[in-house]
Design a protein around this ligand. Structure first.
Ligand code: XMP
Ligand code: MG
Length: 173
């Protein structure tokens, strides 16, 4: 695995897009309390930067999902960690690193919907619509990318490279 010669998305671009998205979210939820559920591990970096720019009453919680069989359209998802905050009647924003097939987001939304939230929306740093296997659409997407495998700013290659400030294309060697 080697990285592209230059970043696909620089830290500066990430910062600007995150600020724009935070403004939109703050406007859309004005006067409401928001429960932000950050999807670990990849969403932790973007999520932490996003919530610090929200001009709202915010409660933060986390969940961790593990998806299996991405090649199968069933896409079973296990929850390794669930939010401890009540969901019922809350406005919930799920924050993910990337929407790829959409199977993870779909399973998370189904799980949360069962608890009767007032509303649920999905926010993602990256969107790779070319790979979608579900009707899932991000309500708030910072950056749409072509079909590359990317690493950095939370995204990993076998748990490495999450800490990189920029986002890079990882190429098979
Ligand atoms: P689905 O397919 O369920 O997947 O939307 C979402 C999860 O898949 C991982 N993923 C990636 N991780 N670079 C990564 O490091 C990528 O390009 C990539 N595409 C998908 C990621 O964990 C995401 O939450
Ligand atoms: Mg990963």
């Amino acid at each position: 695995m080697r990285l592209s010669d230059t970043p696909l998305i620089t830290a500066d671009t990430i910062r600007k897009r995150t600020a724009e998205l935070a403004k939109r979210i703050s406007r859309d939820y004005a006067g409401k309390e928001l429960l932000v559920i950050i999807v670990l591990k990849g969403g932790a970096f973007f999520g932490a930067d996003l919530i610090r720019r929200l001009d709202l009453e915010v409660t933060v919680d986390f969940l961790r999902a593990k998806s299996y069989g991405k090649t199968r359209s069933t896409g079973a998802v296990d929850f390794l960690l669930l939010p401890d905050q009540p969901i019922t009647d809350r406005h919930v924003l799920v924050v993910e690193d990337i929407l790829d097939t959409g199977l993870t987001a779909q399973a998370i939304l189904a799980h949360l919907a069962a608890a009767g939230p007032a509303s649920v929306a999905v926010c993602a740093l990256l969107d790779k619509p070319a790979r979608r296997q579900t009707p899932i659409k991000g309500d708030y997407v910072a950056i749409t990318i072509d079909n590359h495998f990317v690493v950095g700013y939370g995204l990993d290659c076998e748990e490495r490279m999450r800490h990189l400030p920029d986002i890079w294309i990882a190429e098979e060697k």
